[in-house]
Design a protein around this ligand. Structure first.
Ligand code: G3P
Ligand code: CA
Length: 294
């Protein structure tokens, strides 16, 4: 009997060691945000389900709701300033109209980036959203500091030559790049491989995520994943296009997988069960509740 108990104990310890090793083997390191065992909640455009996207209010809520990262889309003004905005035009998220590339920062700062939200979502409207300004990237970094994490997207890099150089300048100025991916407070993402390769050349220490657009169910070859792994730590794509096999394929290549934009509890639960390593959500509070129940 004693012998059987001892054998069982040895077997259990062996299984534990094997399972720990196989988990760590997926990542680049045992530490930091590129470790797939650390699940990342990314506040998409801030907690943009609760406050106007890409405003200080949305970012603040994202932090309060325990998002690990503030997600910021970048556009660049006529006078070369990086601002937080999703669209190339200001029309949808402000009371102005026109393209960011044709406007100076002074023009942009005159706009109201909050009232549209109150009009679109009266049940979530708050008077404090009225008159909110479009923030610059530097203003966000100055407000939230080095103790926050930023998941930054170079949007429309072909429209804004030099945006990568300006981004690296700002990150270095604020000492947000570090010697290795594991301790970085920054992840830079883009649908443009060209933009990510530029980033890699300018500052190889910044971790990168390749966004991939699929109009049909997602399919990717092992060769494509091998190629992405040369410059990026992970991939991101629309969660509606993927299945369990896709997630496993990506993870078997040692890459992180961060689907967007996951707002429903049932979708969050399913994706977590499939093994995604984080996700973009407009509702970090919902994701936190789901993770607590796991
Ligand atoms: O960056 C991930 C996700 O945000 C990509 O889609 O259009 O919301 O920037 P989009
Ligand atoms: Ca984005």
């Amino acid at each position: 009997m004693k012998k059987i108990r001892f054998s069982l104990l040895v077997l259990m310890m062996f299984s534990l060691v094997v399972s720990m090793n196989s988990k760590v083997a997926w990542g680049k390191s045992k530490e930091g945000d590129s470790n797939p065992n650390r699940f990342l909640s990314i506040a998409h455009r801030g907690a943009s389900g609760h406050a106007p996207e890409h405003t200080m209010s949305a970012y603040q809520l994202g932090k309060e709701m325990h998002g690990d990262y503030i997600e910021i889309d970048l556009q660049m003004t006529k006078d070369g300033i990086l601002i937080a905005m999703h669209d190339e035009k200001v029309d949808r998220t402000t009371n102005g109209s026109g393209k960011v590339k044709d406007m100076t920062l002074a023009d942009i700062k005159k706009l109201d980036a909050g009232s549209w939200f109150n009009a679109a979502y009266p049940e979530k409207a708050q008077s404090q959203f009225e008159g909110l300004q479009v923030p610059t990237l530097e203003e966000v970094i100055e407000a939230f500091g080095k103790n926050s994490r930023y998941y930054i997207e170079t949007k429309a890099p072909d429209v804004y030559p030099g945006m990568e150089k300006e981004l690296v300048r700002i990150l270095k100025k604020h000492k947000l790049t570090s010697q290795n991916a594991q301790s970085s407070k920054i992840i830079v993402q883009s649908f443009s491989q060209e933009s990510l390769l530029k980033m890699n050349k300018l500052a190889a220490e910044i971790p990168l995520v390749q966004l991939i657009s699929y109009s049909d169910p997602a399919v990717i070859s092992d060769a494509e994943l091998d190629n992405i792994k040369k410059y990026a730590i992970g991939v991101g794509m629309n969660h509606k296009r993927i299945d369990r096999a896709y997630v496993e394929q990506v993870r078997n290549h040692g890459l992180l997988i961060h689907p967007y934009t996951v707002n429903k509890r049932s979708d969050m639960e399913r994706l977590i069960d499939w093994g995604v390593t984080g996700m973009f959500t407009n509702y970090p509070d919902v994701l936190e509740a789901v993770l607590k129940n796991k």
